[in-house]
Design a protein around this ligand. Structure first.
Ligand code: SF4
Length: 377
């Protein structure tokens, strides 16, 4: 029996230090804490995110921030317009949303204030709000990423026992795309030895493509941290004891699988996406904001970083690009003026190589490097 605890949050809009180059968000909102979908691989039960005293309560006690819309209305008055991730931690369209409609009201507020959004969910309940999403998409920017990891019913009953079936999520992708709203598939996590075989990878990508997904985000190696690791190993012990040794080898003392493995999975997903003509990244956001060209240049660098990270399996492989992008975003003058003065290398974090990339982009509107990264492994 699930209990709902209505709470009055003190703050609701969390600002991230750096822009994420997968969801492109700079803010996150969590209307709910705890998640009724109770996926057995969930990383929201790790200490980093958990607010429940007892990990077992994560899916049984759902905290509902009933004042989120009013609070957000106030907080947005002081915030710069930027992409808001919904949600940062748990699924915003879990069953509680049917009753409380916090997401619907939060989206209304974001729409009225012109804020772009990127929603991540496993639920087609999001279609209820297609009217608001359509307005956000037209007037600002909107992306919806539906997690799909497999269609194997036996595996799903153990991995994601309470989520809507993946077929319904893909139908939602199709409907959103038909309504002109950007939607794609988040293939996360690609679980080692259960979901990483060629057939599963191909099936997820093929079905995403058949349903009109604009992009597919390949999961970059399942993390295994404290509570999450304990739960996962319990599941392995009960159902796939023969995999325990393989996991111990693959992870060692780390919270992530070894890099060679991650790169190989990334390469496989990249090749199938290329064959089926589906993007492996979320197209960068496009919405009205001051110094928009600076923002476009910053996003170009972040997208290059995204591909480098996937090719190396190292989330820090392109940190210089992240820092330079952030510095460019924070400039108070136009990067084109700086370029015209021949002073790009005076921007903090922009060396000779990055300056060349920026120059090419500002002079031609293109970037050869990014075109190559999009199409070649
Ligand atoms: S839907 Fe997401 S947040 Fe909810 S239990 Fe599953 S993995 Fe965790």
């Amino acid at each position: 029996m699930v209990k709902f605890k209505e709470v009055k949050a003190k703050t609701v809009l969390n600002k991230y230090r750096y822009r994420d180059n997968s969801f492109w968000c700079r803010y996150g909102i969590n209307p709910y804490r705890g998640c009724q979908f109770a996926c057995n691989y969930c990383d929201a039960i790790t200490e980093k995110y958990l607010i429940h005293e007892n990990v077992e309560d994560f899916s049984r006690v759902i905290y509902v921030k009933t004042n989120a819309p009013e609070l957000l209305e106030k907080e947005l008055k002081k915030a710069e317009k930027d992409v808001v991730a919904l949600s940062g931690v748990t699924d915003p369209y879990q069953p509680a949303e049917r009753k409380y409609e916090i997401m619907r009201n939060v989206l209304e507020v974001l729409k009225d204030n012109g804020f772009p959004v990127h929603i991540g969910t496993k639920s087609d309940l999001v279609l209820r709000d297609i009217d608001i999403l359509s307005e956000i998409s037209t007037n600002s920017w909107c992306a919806l990423s539906f997690t799909v990891t497999t269609f194997d019913k036996n595996l799903l009953s153990l991995l994601e026992p309470f989520s809507p079936p993946p077929e319904r999520r893909l139908e939602a992708v199709k409907k959103l795309r038909e309504a002109g709203i950007m939607a794609g598939v988040d293939f996360t996590p690609i679980i080692p030895y259960l979901l990483d075989d060629d057939n599963n990878i191909r099936e997820v990508i093929r079905k995403a493509s058949e349903n009109g997904a604009e992009y597919l985000l390949p999961g970059v190696g399942m993390t295994l941290r404290n509570n999450q690791k304990t739960r996962w190993f319990e599941l392995l012990k009960e159902n796939w004891p023969e995999l325990i040794e393989k996991y111990e080898k693959l992870y060692g003392e780390s919270q992530e699988p070894n890099r060679e493995y991650v790169v190989e999975i990334n390469r496989k997903t990249f090749e199938v996406c290329k064959e089926l003509n589906i993007k492996t990244y979320t197209p960068p956001p496009d919405f009205e904001r001051p110094l928009k060209e600076n923002f476009q240049v910053a996003n170009l660098l972040l997208l290059i970083a995204y591909f480098k990270e996937r090719r190396t399996g190292n989330p820090y492989a392109a940190w210089a690009y992240h820092k330079a992008a952030q510095n460019i975003e924070e400039l108070e003058e136009s990067i084109r003026d700086i370029h015209n003065e021949n002073e790009l290398e005076k921007i903090s974090g922009v060396g000779k190589n990055l300056a060349e990339i920026i120059k090419e982009f500002l002079d031609t509107g293109k970037c050869e490097k990014i075109e190559r990264l999009k199409t070649e492994w």
